[in-house]
Design a protein around this ligand. Sequence first.
Ligand code: TRP
Length: 326
Amino acid sequence: MAKKRILSGMRPTGKLHLGHYVGALENWIKLQDEYDSYHLIADYHVLTTDLSTDDIYNNTIEMVIDWLACGLDPNKSPFFRQSQIKEHAELFLIFSMLITKARLERNPTLKEQVRDLNIENIVYGHLGYPVLQAADILLYKGEAVPVGEDQVPHIEITREIARRFNNQYGEVFPEPEALLSNFARLPGLDGNAKMSKSLGNTILLSDEPDTVNQKLRKAVTDPLKVRKNDPGRPEICLVFTYHKKFNPEETDEIEKNCRSGSLGCVECKSKCADKINLFLEPIIEKRKFYENNIEQVKEILTEGERKAKVTASATMEEVRSKMKLG
Ligand code: TRP
């Protein structure tokens, strides 16, 4: 039986952090054998919130290096930039006729972004963010999309657009489903629910041990645990969440000792930093290899874009034929 098709995507904002790993990459890597995957670099999507294009290429390369360093395999699944495959723009235009402005204004992910970034007057392309995302997914006939919670509304919009197209012009597209990662998102070092570059509360996949130690030392913990022997509340502590992810064997003990007050934050953080450093060690090593072989990274992109183009143009042929355009 043919493998199911996955389309996964990320905006290239530079070096990736642990939140990207836990919320997305880890899942992508797990799924790459079981599914026929395509990995999209959503460089056009970056423009919805940042018009400067000076760093996009560099950020793309940094992101691809992190993908490779974590174990995503370009021989199994192509890596490609949205901007290099013109069919994305073409399908986006057609899809923009199949959804109303009111529907897009109801998108909760958009509302959250408008609030967080203090956007006063939204640009047309930003409102259409999920329409471009629908084109990204459906151009490759993605049947499953591994995403975090915040992207689920976009997958719902994708399904609506697929249905609308199929009803109007004939069956072309599957209705993709969201594959949620089983670990809830990783909190930031400042206690914010989300690790995010714009909040400056991240641990990068490329952070060296010294940096990780320093960052953790400054991490926010339970504000009521002021002295070492004060009892702490692991359930509200971000360091405890990191332990759950990167130090599962010791979680029970840490929980008990934090609550009783026998374990202080300094020691707990240092244990946590050690575990994170252990996890990052092989990633940093592979990263260095690719940093020294940038040509190879660029070739991986070129090859991925060649493969993606074949699939994308076949879908567009089908779309044009169903629409009797051409
Ligand atoms: N919107 C996604 C994010 O911010 C990135 C993205 C763009 C994407 N196109 C996609 C994700 C297609 C999955 C499928 O994380």
